[in-house]
Ligand binder design. Structure first.
Ligand SMILES: *[C@@H]1O[C@H](CO)[C@@H](O)[C@H](O)[C@H]1NC(C)=O
Ligand SMILES: *[C@@H]1O[C@H](CO)[C@@H](O)[C@H](O)[C@H]1NC(C)=O
Ligand SMILES: *[C@@H]1O[C@H](CO)[C@@H](O)[C@H](O)[C@H]1NC(C)=O
Ligand SMILES: *[C@@H]1O[C@H](CO)[C@@H](O)[C@H](O)[C@H]1NC(C)=O
Ligand SMILES: *[C@@H]1O[C@H](CO)[C@@H](O)[C@H](O)[C@H]1NC(C)=O
Ligand SMILES: *[C@@H]1O[C@H](CO)[C@@H](O)[C@H](O)[C@H]1NC(C)=O
Ligand SMILES: *[C@@H]1O[C@H](CO)[C@@H](O)[C@H](O)[C@H]1NC(C)=O
Ligand SMILES: *[C@@H]1O[C@H](CO)[C@@H](O)[C@H](O)[C@H]1NC(C)=O
Ligand SMILES: *[C@@H]1O[C@H](CO)[C@@H](O)[C@H](O)[C@H]1NC(C)=O
Length: 432
């Protein structure tokens, strides 16, 4: 009952209280009624009795060699929390998906086991520090999805490059040794999603990429050089994460050709020059992170017209001039950060200093006025998260005045209501 006042104005609160008045006697007299049982989640159809395994015995043995218990039918849905998926072939079913997670250190992949598992289309290794071995050709040709997170200790680009039929590749927190991403990707013609992150991958972004790619995440590597046109030609690209590398140069104007893009992160590189105006044609952008680079020039005005934007981080660059955003635009974002741009300022007749933007107010020439000493601690800290938190705290702070008032009224009213109800009950008792 106390939840309602926190967001709504007095009239709805009163309505709630009136409902309360009418319902309370009923509730009070009906307390002993049994609660209706909460509806149970859609019950699954009765599973067929899995007295014996329906899985191909060869594959069963392969699973056993990987330390996977097979006392339960690996093809039954509940067997290992989705670690396995089987097809429906007869007389025996075959595995099409296998997830190995948290392997004990003495699990070893053997060539013969993998050969028996060559029906797999999906292989996921999560926290499995097994030693990589050469995959049998049957397996490399059948695999469509390969995920390797914090597993296999270390892989080479050449080893990965054999998986030429992949549509989805994700390698994270694994050292990948290659002279560049092209070694891995040269023959992966069917790739749609590509993640090679936190892998200490060196070299340059590849000069050729297959055009079906929708997601690219090369974050957390040691890639250098500029953004090649091979990337800006990927017309279906929805997400591009190049953060935490050693990339440099200006972002090509052709970045605006990526009209399907919803996520663009170039954070923590050495990109320079202006924020390209062509980004205005990427109208579906939700997440834009250009923080911790050397972008200069002013913040383009079109950004304030990007309707889908929810996350905007331009912190720690060399941006200058007057911030082109109003209060509404900033409040509609989940994350907004422009701190750490010493020549950037905000117009104090447009934006309140309470927003704690981490930048100084402008003087009448549009230059940062000497920062007030209290704000400067925010400005110079360049702490990424404080500013966004600051703006959301501000939202709460803004509402807190009215809230307290509404809460007070609500408490007073409910006390009166309780009194009335109490008197009614008393009256009823006395009548009996
Ligand atoms: C198993 O997969 C289903 C559908 O893919 C999913 O809804 C469920 O949460 C998964 N269960 C576990 C334990 O991962
Ligand atoms: C693996 O370990 C992590 C953390 O120890 C745990 O959260 C996760 O549930 C484990 N996964 C499986 C499939 O046991
Ligand atoms: C990819 O799969 C097809 C069949 O789906 C197969 O004919 C081809 O040999 C495979 N390619 C490689 C490089 O394994
Ligand atoms: C990447 O290199 C750094 C330093 O050389 C090292 O600390 C880190 O563990 C490496 N990352 C991986 C995933 O191997
Ligand atoms: C980009 O990658 C970094 C590091 O892996 C990650 O923290 C960040 O959330 C990613 N950004 C997006 C938008 O996915
Ligand atoms: C990044 O590249 C610059 C040259 O462009 C080089 O001086 C620097 O050492 C590189 N940093 C890392 C971490 O590789
Ligand atoms: C912005 O950066 C570019 C590229 O580093 C440089 O050529 C240009 O002079 C810079 N402009 C300003 C105003 O600093
Ligand atoms: C600040 O905003 C006011 C009102 O919109 C405008 O008149 C003034 O020129 C702006 N100041 C600067 C420095 O942009
Ligand atoms: C900024 O954030 C750090 C940790 O993220 C925290 O320790 C510090 O107190 C915050 N400062 C302010 C002013 O909120």
């Amino acid at each position: 009952m106390m939840r309602a006042p926190s967001e709504s104005a007095p009239p709805p609160t009163l309505a709630v209280l009136f409902i309360f008045i009418f319902l309370f006697p009923t509730i009070a007299t009906c307390q002993s009624k049994p609660q209706p049982p909460t509806p149970s989640p859609t019950s699954s159809p009765p599973s067929s009795p899995s007295s014996s395994s329906t899985l191909d015995p060869k594959q069963l043995r392969a699973l056993q060699s990987l330390n996977i218990p097979t006392s339960k039918d690996p093809c039954s849905k509940s067997a290992f929390h989705n670690a396995t998926t089987c097809d429906n072939s007869k007389p025996f079913r075959h595995l099409i998906s296998l997830t190995l997670s948290n392997c004990s250190s003495y699990v070893a992949l053997s060539f013969t086991a993998l050969q028996s598992l060559s029906t797999l289309q999906t292989l996921n290794l999560l926290n499995c520090p097994v030693t990589p071995i050469r995959f049998p050709p049957e397996l490399t040709s059948s695999l469509r999805t390969f995920t390797c997170i914090n597993s296999l200790r270390k892989v080479s680009g050449v080893w990965l490059s054999q998986l030429q039929n992949l549509t989805d590749l994700a390698v994270t927190n694994v050292q990948v040794k290659a002279s560049g991403p092209y070694v891995i990707l040269a023959h992966m013609d069917k790739l749609k999603t590509l993640t090679i992150s936190n892998a200490n991958l060196t070299g340059f972004l590849p000069g050729h990429l297959h055009s079906d790619l929708t997601h690219i995440d090369f974050s957390g590597n040691k890639l250098k050089g500029t953004i090649p046109s091979s990337i800006t030609m990927l017309s279906g690209l929805e997400s591009l994460n190049l953060s935490n590398n050693n990339l440099s140069g200006e972002v090509p104007a052709t970045i605006g050709d990526l009209t399907s893009l919803t996520t663009l992160s170039l954070a923590s590189n050495s990109f320079s020059g202006q924020i390209p105006g062509s980004i205005s044609s990427v109208s579906g952008l939700i997440h834009l992170d250009l923080s911790s680079n050397q972008f200069n020039g002013t913040i383009p005005k079109f950004i304030s017209q990007m309707k889908s934007l929810r996350h905007l981080n331009l912190a720690n660059n060399n941006l200058r001039g007057v911030l082109p955003f109003n209060q509404n635009f900033i409040k509609n974002l989940d994350v907004f950060n422009v701190g750490g741009n010493s020549n950037l300022c905000y117009n104090h007749s447009v934006l309140s200093s309470n927003l704690k933007l981490g930048i100084s107010p402008c003087d009448k020439y549009g230059m940062p006025a000497s920062p007030p000493s209290k704000d400067s601690s925010y400005a110079d800290d360049s702490s990424d998260y404080n500013d966004s938190d600051g703006s959301s705290n501000q939202k709460k702070g803004h509402h807190s005045g009215p809230n307290k008032f509404v809460l007070g009224v609500a408490i007073a009213l409910s006390s009166i209501v309780f009194l009335i109800v109490f008197m009614i009950m008393c009256a009823k008792c006395c009548c009996r």
